[in-house]
Design a protein. Structure first.
Length: 278
């Protein structure tokens, strides 16, 4: 059947976020384990000089697709397990799809590396230096250097370019892994279809982004207020770790719902399956 792009109502962007949290709460441990396994694998890869960082970047489309596969399984009341993260590499419907997926991952890694290189050139390495300082033990000297970097206009320009280009880069790759894997599209076609779908559903994606920003922001305000009232504001860092895991996991779950709403087979059938959580 022919795959077509659907114009989803803007409010669906809010629904994608709510569906993601609803699905997460149904299987919190299983989905969190998927994300933790990826984090551990990423840390292992980063131990490989030079090549490790490239492999981590290349694995991000696989992370997206793995979560889509797991979320679809959960929608069908099937189990969620770590093997679904490896399914794109080990259980390809046909060799051509696996090859296209590998090319997509390589293109994503190269494109992201180019964005990072360009941003570093603009900010003169200030962002990288800031990351090192934030991860190091705090002292009066490091605090002063951090304050100086945060006041540097060159850092602000670099950050704007970095996040702006990263946002633009995410558009063609948003749906591309699923289009390659489930529908056999080639890399150029998948990138074009993803870009067109995101543009035609820009209202839904705008509300989707605002919903995530509001969710994370409100949590930060609520947690900060709570720990301040308890007289232990320093403990907010402890709450940030599990909250970060939950938000990150729910975000990757939500990718499936955005895909299922933006594409449909011929007729009015959804691209993969009814979400069942509307």
């Amino acid at each position: 059947m022919t795959l077509r792009i659907v114009d989803a109502p803007p409010r669906r962007g809010l629904v994608w976020v709510s569906q993601a949290f609803a699905q997460f709460l149904r299987r919190p441990l299983a989905f969190t384990l998927l994300f933790l396994v990826f984090l551990v694998a990423a840390m292992v890869l980063l131990a490989i000089p030079y090549l490790g960082a490239v492999l981590v970047l290349a694995s991000l489309p696989l992370l997206t697709l793995g979560f889509m596969i797991a979320t679809r399984a959960a929608q069908q009341d099937q189990s969620v397990h770590v093997g679904q993260m490896l399914e794109p590499l080990l259980r390809a419907p046909e060799p051509a799809r696996r090859a296209a997926l590998v090319r997509l991952c390589a293109l994503y890694a190269a494109s992201t590396a180019l964005v990072m290189w360009g941003s570093d050139a603009i900010d003169g390495g200030s962002f990288e230096r800031l990351q090192v300082l934030l991860a190091s033990a705090r002292s009066e000297a490091t605090t002063k250097e951090i304050d100086a970097l945060l006041a540097d206009p060159q850092l602000h320009t670099g950050l704007a370019v970095r996040f702006g280009l990263s946002a633009l880069l995410s558009i063609p790759f948003w749906h591309a892994p699923a289009l390659v894997w489930w529908h056999g599209q080639g890399v150029p076609q998948a990138l074009f279809s993803s870009t067109l779908a995101c543009w035609r559903n820009k209202g839904a994606f705008l509300l989707y982004g605002l919903a995530w920003a509001a969710t994370v922001g409100l949590f930060g305000i609520a947690a900060g207020t709570l720990f301040a009232l308890l007289g232990a504001p320093q403990l907010i860092g402890l709450a940030a770790v599990p909250a970060g895991l939950m938000f990150s996991t729910a975000f990757y779950i939500s990718l499936y719902y955005s895909f299922a709403d933006c594409f449909a087979q011929s007729g009015d059938e959804p691209a993969i399956a009814s979400t069942g959580l509307d």
